[in-house]
Design a protein around this ligand. Structure first.
Ligand code: GDP
Length: 461
């Protein structure tokens, strides 16, 4: 089906020292050779690089290096060529035009990776991990994407799926011998396998929380009464970050987020827009606004001014903000202003009044004391989400959903096994589970799913 030869700019669209155009398909060598002045590329050996010029008709467009890759050891498994040119978008356009005139066509979004998948070089979850790898912005997301590209989760699932498939064949064989009432599939062993799969699926599903933290960062809300020291803390936290920090104007929500990196993990500080101006704006933070912020957050850093005489407003505010599964860090601020003997009494007071687990950290943002401890606390919140099993981490919503469906289906099978259901129904439930498991690696997919995944890629991927 991939007879057509496709081409596209593989590097970012903009000026650069060099740009790379990728060409893939049966006719790659013939087509590029027609616009190339230099060695005869149709005779070039695989994995070699050649110096020359790209021409359109007789006009020289650029001086280039051309790399030749013979099928099947290429990204797409097809004959492929990569043209490195002087990185001007205009030159890219001219070279692409010349290739198209000679029989190539522009690649669609994600088409190179789609071909790698269709030609069986990678499975679907690996194709998706390529997109993740390209989008990775920190160490953790890079590592997880790379692990998945190497076949991390899909291989494990594929093995379990094969085992399940073998059982299903045995059970289906029983159907053929229905009158004789034989049992080819050992029900105890089947149960054992189902338990193993259930455990694996559950731990992968659990890893999604960590996966999400890696991929999208962990959302943190910094809340506290006016003058508690929020903006001073924000400045202290971002001090080292300043050089690389980016102000991301939320595109979907109308808020400003700042990103803090700690030990390779990203933390998104939610809606910090107002914090920096609090000196002018003495108006109290409305509880409603605080609630909105906390609703988006996984971690709440609540600031308490150590010099406060009466904490009842803090208790009230906190109680109205807390919800299940919210990680709470109570930060006693301005500790440089009070005598240390008071700290413990204040902590006790909060432990008594606040019916929610929390970490208690004493800081002075002004003197930069214990800011690192707060950072460590944030970092360990993410670290403890890591699955005990280690590497396998789900980062993709599609995988998460497929895993949940698989788990439901596996539980149905377990129920079927224990409830003396008919062999027909058992076989049906098994097929269901196998199909869902296959969705992750792409063994069972439809065009709509594929279209959806690959259309999110850029052209040239
Ligand atoms: P916000 O309204 O919660 O953002 O509070 P600010 O960060 O604007 O701080 C209010 C006041 O407290 C400012 O005068 C800060 O300089 C002061 N402040 C903040 N953190 C500390 C601290 O750790 N120690 C001391 N002594 N003062 C602080």
């Amino acid at each position: 089906m991939n007879k057509e030869t496709i081409c596209a700019l593989a590097t970012a669209n903009g000026m650069g020292a060099i740009g790379v155009i990728r060409v893939s398909g049966d006719d790659s060598f013939r087509i590029v050779n027609k616009v190339f002045e230099g060695k005869n590329l149709e005779k070039a050996t695989s994995h070699t690089v050649h110096y020359g010029f790209i021409k359109d008709a007789d006009e020289v467009i650029d001086e280039v290096m051309v790399a030749v890759f013979h099928a099947p050891k290429t990204f797409t498994t097809e004959n492929s060529v990569e043209i490195s040119f002087h990185g001007s978008p205009h030159i890219a356009k001219r070279i692409l035009e010349a290739l198209i005139k000679n029989g190539a066509r522009m690649a669609k979004a994600g088409e190179f990776t789609l071909r790698a998948f269709m030609n069986g070089r990678i499975d679907l979850s690996q194709a998706e991990s390529i997109a993740d790898l390209i989008a990775s912005e920190n160490e953790a997301s890079r590592k997880v994407a790379l692990n998945q590209l190497k076949g991390g989760i899909s291989q494990e699932i594929s093995l379990l799926r094969t085992d399940l498939l073998n059982f299903t064949s045995l059970i289906e064989l029983e159907l053929d011998f229905a009158e004789e009432d034989v049992e080819f599939a050992d029900r105890t062993a089947l149960n054992g396998l189902l338990n193993k799969i259930e455990y694996k699926l559950s731990s992968l599903i659990e890893s999604f929380q960590y996966g999400n933290a890696i991929k999208n960062g962990t959302a943190v809300a910094i809340i506290g009464k006016p003058n508690a020291g929020k903006s001073t803390l924000l400045n202290a936290l971002l001090k080292e970050e300043r050089a690389i920090v980016s102000n991301i104007a939320g595109t979907t929500r109308d808020t400003i987020e700042e990103v803090l990196h700690i030990k390779g993990h990203a933390f998104r500080l939610i809606d910090t827009a107002g914090l920096r101006e609090t000196m002018d704006e003495i108006e109290a933070i409305g509880v409603q606004k605080a609630k909105e912020k906390v609703a988006q957050a996984e971690v709440l850093v609540y600031l308490v001014d150590a010099a406060t005489a009466d904490f009842s407003e803090d208790f009230e505010m906190l109680r109205s903000l807390l919800r299940d599964k919210l990680e709470l860090i109570i930060c006693l601020t301005k500790i440089d202003e009070v005598v240390p003997t008071q700290f413990e009494a204040i902590e006790d007071l909060f432990r008594k009044e606040i019916n929610h687990p929390f970490d208690f950290i004493k800081i002075s943002a002004l003197e930069n004391r214990n800011i690192q401890e707060l950072k460590n606390e944030l970092s360990s919140f993410v670290e403890q989400m890591k699955s005990e099993e280690g590497n396998a981490v789900i980062t993709n919503q599609r995988h998460f959903e497929a895993l949940q469906r698989s788990l439901d289906a596996v539980n149905q099978v377990k129920e079927a096994v224990s409830s003396q259901i008919t062999t027909e129904l058992l076989a049906y439930e098994l097929r269901n589970a196998i199909e869902y498991l296959g969705e992750i690696s792409g063994e069972f997919t439809n065009d709509e799913v594929l279209g959806n995944i690959f259309s999110k890629f850029c052209i040239g991927k």
